[in-house]
Ligand binder design. Structure first.
Ligand code: AMP
Ligand code: TRP
Length: 324
């Protein structure tokens, strides 16, 4: 059975970009893969964060993932810092990672710009920690959104460099993408992200979501109701592709181009489909919020399994690099 590994940061609300770009794929792969999912708290501390909210965010990330369909009996869910081998392997990988390449990473350059007063070494080293996450479990596949593809490529390079220097140890992991690997923010300008406040949270109330959709940017060239629109450049059409049926997608594609359907009706249709999708998740999340013992026990079991795998791989790594 192939092993997949993926991670999500506990840095606030999980949004529909995370869901459509990554989590849906995780759920789809549960039955056919040995699936390991990680709440990456070590990654989350590379930018400024609220210490007092960290544990709440970690729990919420676990709840949203389970509620979205990550059945704990079919996968392993754990918190990164509960397996300190991640940082040990990061150090070892630091010593085979090319600095120039890290400095050229798109996410590093973007975050360095966003956090001008806190461009710390962790921010630069972020992809090395990510490579350690993946390779510590010798994962074959890494289901992520498009923004992470560069980091997965980097992980492959780390595996190659390590293997070249110390002998064949790690497989080269493959990025696995969904059919909507890049969801744009409601402003239509940049990708949906927690830090840009242009997102729809998975657990937000219907009226909040409707207000966000109602005011979201569509095809900018469509000024009046009777102007034909262009779904190819409409941000909301991407969301239809994620939440609506194939027949509806086909109809909206056609009726938008001929101005038979206006943006408001199109948004209402999307809203209804989106809520039909989100409501069961929200209901399950509410139940899980009341059952903290269960959520904690899922994470504890996950950590136990990962500690065992990580312990074994680290013994092998220490041996091959001559640090028994
Ligand atoms: P993060 O919240 O940054 O830890 O992201 C968790 C997962 O969601 C990663 O696999 C990301 O690639 C994916 N993701 C985040 N934002 C988006 C987006 N706007 N569109 C598609 N996938 C995304
Ligand atoms: N860097 C990823 C993100 O920001 C999260 C992540 C950390 C991850 N470690 C990982 C994703 C390992 C896949 C595999 O979304």
């Amino acid at each position: 059975m192939k092993r997949i590994f993926s991670g999500i940061q506990p840095s606030g609300e999980i949004h529909i970009g995370n869901y459509v770009g990554a989590i849906q794929n995780w759920v789809k792969l549960l039955d056919s893969c040995d699936s390991i999912f990680c709440i990456v708290d070590y990654h989350a501390i590379t930018v400024e964060y609220d210490v007092s909210r960290m544990q709440r965010n970690i729990r919420e990330a676990a709840i949203v993932n389970i509620a979205s369909g990550l059945d704990p009996s079919k996968c392993t869910l754990f918190v990164q810092s509960k397996v300190p081998e991640h940082t040990e392997l990061t150090w070892i990988f630091n010593c085979v990672s090319p600095l120039g390449e890290l400095m050229r990473m798109t996410q590093f350059k973007e975050k360095a710009k966003q956090h001008l007063r806190n461009v710390n070494v962790g921010l630069l080293d972020y992809p090395v920690l990510q490579a350690a996450d993946i390779l510590l479990y010798k994962a074959d596949g890494v289901p992520v959104g498009e923004d992470q593809v560069q980091h997965i490529e980097f992980s492959r390079e780390v595996a190659r460099k390590f293997n070249h220097r110390y002998g064949e140890t790690f497989p080269e992991p493959q990025a696995l993408l969904t059919k909507s690997p890049r969801i744009m923010g409601l402003d239509g300008k940049t990708k949906m992200s927690k830090s840009l406040n242009n997102y729809i949270g998975l657990l937000e109330d219907g009226d909040v979501i409707w207000e966000k959709l109602r005011t979201a940017l569509t095809d900018e060239n469509r000024k009046r109701r009777n102007d034909p629109g262009n779904p190819d450049i409409c941000n909301l059409f991407t969301l239809h592709q994620a939440f609506s049926t194939p027949e509806e997608i086909e109809r909206i594609n056609r009726e938008c181009r001929t101005a038979e359907i206006g943006c408001v009706a199109c948004k209402k249709n999307l809203f209804n489909n989106m809520m039909a999708h989100l409501e069961p998740i929200q209901k399950r999340a509410k139940e899980l919020t009341k059952d903290q013992t269960y959520v904690d026990s899922v994470l504890a079991q996950g950590a136990k399994r990962c500690q065992e795998i990580a312990g074994e791989v680290m013994r092998e790594v220490r041996e091959v690099i001559g640090l028994k």
